[in-house]
Ligand binder design. Sequence first.
Ligand SMILES: Cc1cc2nc3c(=O)[nH]c(=O)nc-3n(C[C@H](O)[C@H](O)[C@H](O)COP(=O)(O)OP(=O)(O)OC[C@H]3O[C@@H](n4cnc5c(N)ncnc54)[C@H](O)[C@@H]3O)c2cc1C
Length: 461
Amino acid sequence: MNPDSATLLDSLQGAVGSDHVLTDADLRASYEADWSRRWHGEALAVVRPATADEVAAVVRACAAAGVALIPQGGNTGLVGGSVPRSHAARPQVVVSTLRLRDLEPVDLLAGEVTVGAGVTLAALQAHVRPAGFGFGVDLGARDSATIGGMVATNAGGIHVLRHGPMRMQLVGIEAVLADGTIARRLPGMLKDNTGYHLPSLLAGSEGTLAIITRVGLRLVPHLARRAVALVAVDDTATAVSLAGALRSSLPSLVAAELFFDEGLALVLRRGGGERPFRDAHPAYLLLEVESRADPTDDLATAIDAAGAVVRDAVLASDASGRDRLWELRENHTEAINAEGVPHKLDVALPLGRLAEFVDRVRAAVEEAAPGAACYLYGHVCDGNLHIGVIGPPAEDEGVDSAILRLTIEMGGTISAEHGVGVAKADWLEADRGVADVAAMRAIKRALDPIGILNPGVIFRD
Ligand SMILES: Cc1cc2nc3c(=O)[nH]c(=O)nc-3n(C[C@H](O)[C@H](O)[C@H](O)COP(=O)(O)OP(=O)(O)OC[C@H]3O[C@@H](n4cnc5c(N)ncnc54)[C@H](O)[C@@H]3O)c2cc1C
């Protein structure tokens, strides 16, 4: 180890205690590879601060040494932004936020709560429920994904059609800037027009502008009665128009998820379980409604009213039946990951073009990677499709490029909810245009002049 590194490690140990500076390769390993196994790199150390002051001390030490900081929450991100870069220009330190896990009491009058950035989504949900509240964002990685990571990626998930993404849940924030100062606006207020809104700026910043340490969140009423339906249809166009119609005719609708028969077959092959219908169908729409009173009849009536476009349907209002239907959708990500190292894309299209995109993207994948397996699923009302391709080697960008090119050509966005990360940094300008990217780079330079916060993420380093 060179003398500069030894001095930095001394400073880091002084900041967070030697137990929380991991330098041993075995201890670092799980922080150095991402969930998909596609992205990995080596860190000088993993540091685990427990307070904003400790984060600030870590940032100051790394800034003085010119060492890059890689913020990491639950490490469930899917675009390579939470782990060290494999070809980094400078040494890197992973800053794990998992010890920032304070849960402050729910503010019953405001319907808000302030929590540490390292609190998992599941822990937040469990914390607010006894007070009669739920949280507007929910996603399959809820047991590991942290609130700080979800703000940093502006996570979306399954309830965006009802409550919007993370950006829309933010009322306040505390974050450590690149020079080690702590910016704090907590608990924050929903109505606060005093200049630039830092929570919004940090939402989707992917660890490139600051390290988020605490977050003030608005809550939503917890509606305990739920029902879920799985509906079989002939094609994407039918699923899109049915979901669109239900959005207005079924006010209790909170989720509308799309998947296809090849994905369903994979989920059943990997996880076991019965087919939900006797026959296979090309496309499936999973619908969830929630209300104070039992919404099952409303859901059944709405599906009946859709008529013959519904080829088959199954409904569940008990918890285990609902979970079984949700597993058919939520287990897609893990089932695809179990097939090999996936090429994962997360795009959104104008809804009117989603069906055409589904046909064209399958053809584009086949052309770029003949014989590759291509799985599509997503949040249909948001025009958001996840695409998992198994076959091409992890470092082969051909299939990713084909999908992203088609997305931009059809007026879509290359990242609906996972972020840009390192995976799509080369495509940012093609999606956002020169002027937008110049404005973003100016913000980055102003807040992080020496470029130590997550270099290589969003912008190519
Ligand atoms: C099974 C599965 C299902 C998923 N479903 C969805 C879904 O439906 N919708 C969706 O949007 N995403 C989904 N994801 C992706 C992922 O869960 C989200 O991106 C989540 O927000 C990441 O949170 P995290 O704590 O794991 O962040 P990490 O993976 O640790 O980090 C993600 C990014 O945020 C930065 N970051 C993390 N914490 C901080 C912080 N405190 N301050 C500053 N920067 C920080 C990191 O540097 C990195 O760039 C899914 C992932 C999996 C594995």
